[in-house]
Design a protein around this ligand. Structure first.
Ligand SMILES: Nc1nc2c(c(=O)[nH]1)N[C@H]1C(S)=C(S)[C@@H](COP(=O)(O)OP(=O)(O)OC[C@H]3O[C@@H](n4cnc5c(N)ncnc54)[C@H](O)[C@@H]3O)O[C@H]1N2
Ligand code: MOO
Length: 425
């Protein structure tokens, strides 16, 4: 029997797509997720979140011309010649404390005592700090002349009325919280943190710490991905291990949909006789499985499940494959849901310290350590290409990206490097 156009038949009779590029699969995933609807939060709650919309200031900052020093508001001409040897004496009309409108106008030949933050009285052009005077109350002796505008903080010099002060996507850290309060915004629209349900499938898996019977291994994927989801700024719910049983898997997914903006599974997506995820979800008809031209991370799935069409990403079970797939597909999707750019990790160019081999026709993401301390960044491969090498993965802080058409990269060549989170002591 001949294979249908653009695909091939499996032994089971199911149709399999031709392998797709990394970009094609990434696009499919990104098209299938959207930024979550904004949520209006009070400032204390908004701290640490990402702004969902630009913030335009309704007020100017400072809101009025005011003094930056405790001193005397003067007309510049009146004290122009003041010096230690030729001090100028001015009568003081009164005090202007911070927090009131100035009750005085400074007429030629007079001064008013002002406090830091107090409005500059009409007529005044500069402030003489108290240190340049004798500190007089009824009259003051000025020993130094200020420049025009000196020690005056002008209305709007920091923020103009109607100015965009924060852009959508900005993380609201302490200075941003302060600015929002300063411009009188008690609430702001933020992106909700996507709620991501993580589950590991596989009947060979046991909880870390449980004794291993022959053939069993500890579930590491759900812990690793939960951590990765949290590092991406999202909420993770770790469901843990789901055995390779059709009904249990379907129930597990269904049970979780209520609290999921995205579901991530690992395992069960290759060609094994017990690869249940692929079997169960492809029967639902809404999840598409592909072989992506990359190593690690070849078998991938994406689609929607449940009444709300919740997106689901099915990652391969090999831990390194799951990790690399998270970086390449899931993290960008989470960033899209968070409404934050850029979606992808930065790529830097670095000199490869040891040669690398890469499979023909696949983009390789080789684990590596980046040393950016010298004038030219250098990158050293860590371990081999095996998708089970979690020890090596934990020693890495970068991925060398070897293009599909390259099978060998010599030491000393410049390569693209995806920079991961740095965590060296
Ligand atoms: N005949 C073929 N075999 C395989 C193919 C293929 O195309 N044809 N692809 C290989 C590739 S590439 C990968 S990647 C894996 C993906 O397999 P699955 O997603 O079906 O994952 P499993 O078979 O369930 O597990 C693979 C491997 O990873 C270990 N594993 C699984 N889950 C976890 C976990 N939560 N924590 C730690 N380790 C886990 C599992 O024990 C297996 O060793 O398929 C290849 N095979
Ligand atoms: O895709 Mo698998 O991830 O090559 O090991």
């Amino acid at each position: 029997m001949s294979a249908p156009q653009g695909g091939q038949l499996w032994a089971s009779g199911r149709r399999q797509h031709d392998p797709v590029s990394v970009e094609e699969h990434l696009e499919r995933v990104l098209r299938g997720v959207a930024p979550l609807a904004p949520l209006d939060l009070v400032l204390a709650e908004a701290h640490g979140r990402l702004l969902a919309e630009d913030v335009v200031s309704a007020t100017a900052l400072p809101p009025f011309d005011n003094s930056s020093m405790d001193g005397y508001a003067v007309r510049v001409e009146d004290v122009a010649g003041a010096s230690e040897s030729t001090p100028v004496t001015l009568p003081v009309v009164g005090d202007v404390p911070a927090g009131t409108a100035s009750p005085y106008t400074v007429q030629p030949g007079f001064t008013a005592r002002v406090m830091t933050g107090a409005p500059l009285p009409p007529g005044a052009e500069a402030v003489v700090p108290v240190e340049w005077t004798d500190g007089g109350v009824a009259a003051v002796v000025v020993r130094r002349a200020p420049e025009p505008g000196q020690y005056v903080r002008r209305r709007g010099e920091d923020v103009a009325e109607g100015e965009t002060v924060l852009r959508a996507g900005t993380r609201i850290g302490p200075p941003q919280v302060g600015l929002l309060a300063a411009v009188g915004r008690p609430r702001v629209p933020v992106r909700p943190r996507p709620r991501v349900v993580v589950m590991s499938t596989g009947s060979e898996l046991v909880e870390p710490g449980q004794p291993l019977a022959p053939g069993q291994i500890s579930d590491s994927n759900s812990f690793m991905l939960t951590a990765a989801v949290r590092e991406a700024g999202c909420i993770a719910y770790n469901v843990g291990i789901v055995p390779d049983e059709r009904r249990v898997l379907l129930d597990a997914i269904e049970d979780q949909l209520i609290r999921a903006d995205l579901v991530i599974t690992t395992g069960g997506v290759s060609a094994g006789a017990y690869d249940m995820v692929k079997d169960v979800l492809s029967r639902l008809g809404t999840v598409r499985f592909d072989r992506v031209r990359m190593q690690p991370g070849m078998p991938q799935g994406f689609g929607v499940v449940g009444p709300d069409s919740t997106p689901i990403i099915t990652l391969p079970g090999n831990p390194v494959s799951a990790f690399v797939s998270f970086e390449v597909f899931v993290r960008p999707a989470l960033r899209r849901m968070l409404g934050v750019e850029p979606l992808q990790r930065p790529l830097v160019r670095a000199v490869l310290t040891e040669g690398l081999r890469s499979p023909a026709g696949k983009r390789q993401y080789a684990r590596a350590r980046l040393d950016a301390s010298g004038p030219r960044p250098r990158v050293a491969p860590v371990g081999g290409p095996g998708s089970h090498l979690v020890g090596d993965l934990a020693l890495s802080d970068a991925l060398v990206v070897v293009p599909e058409d390259v099978t060998e990269v010599p030491a000393g060549a410049e390569v693209d490097v995806m920079v991961l989170e740095r965590r060296r002591a």
